[in-house]
Design a protein around this ligand. Sequence first.
Ligand SMILES: [Zn+2]
Length: 346
Amino acid sequence: MTPSFTIRAPDCFHTHLRNGALLGAVLPYYVRQFARVLAMPNLKPREVRTAEDAERYAEAIRQARVEQGLSEPFTALLTLFLTDATTPLDIEEAHRAGVVAAKYYPLGVTTNSDAGVRDIFALGPVLRQMEESGMVLCVHGEVPGINAALAEEAFLPTLQRLAFEFPRLRIVFEHISTAAAVACVASLPKTVAASITVHHACITRAQVFNVFGDICDAHLYCKPIAKEEADRRAVRQMMTSGDPRFFFGSDSAPHPRAMKEGAGCAAGVFSAPVAIETLVEIFEEDQVLERLEDFTSRFGAQFYGLERNTGCIECTCTDWVVPEECGGVVPFRHGGTIHWQMRRLP
Ligand SMILES: [Zn+2]
């Protein structure tokens, strides 16, 4: 008999569903893997800045699900994009509209962050309103405009200051990629957690850049960039450790093939088509498969103060080859063989 097991349906507490035609093209891959996702707000031409934007985006996602015939239970939680102009009233209204988190992008740090925040501490009243409303602050923790290899570590003093100046604010340090950040989050109060992607547990800088520092695999190029082997090991160790403050957020970030392979490669790894299967391989290899469900389906919900998902997925030990393209996007591990396959159970 083929080995298989079931776990509670997974969450992904950091992802990019996009909008327009791309949303429809990639949504089936998300719904196949996750019962619930936290969708990031950095849309074009306009970010999710207000409750009204959030309602419009929720409707677009709902419509795409109908058009794609996706009937599985699926919840897209939304986030607000913080700008220098965000007000406490924006937070209150978004909270009332069901938005669970706000995302802090330092100005210009990554894809569609040109309207990001210049000085987060100038937004004190906004952050205090978030504490009041119980809204989570998601942080893209990189200092813009410096060597990308050092950008995350350079941000850590800002994270520490946020944690101490806003002691009731729940903060998620997103897509943690360095040993230094892992240690920093572990040392901070329990109001601070971190999301971990699949790709930061799998790849290093050497797979993304050649010896001249040029991108050699556009589809592995993302922000924050993959770091050194010691960093990858530290991230992966925390992923499988069973520490409830480290949970899954894929940061799956699809870009059409032309935007990755043309001049000026867009940042983002499209991991949604293979996310859970890759996690199964990682947890199996580290001989802690019994901790997988906590990482994918419990710790994140717990930190966000949400009910756990009710459905289940089944994972079966069977080989399959990852397609070269999914919805016009080249996925993580394209062309590779994966030894587990998951499916959602009704
Ligand atoms: Zn992201």
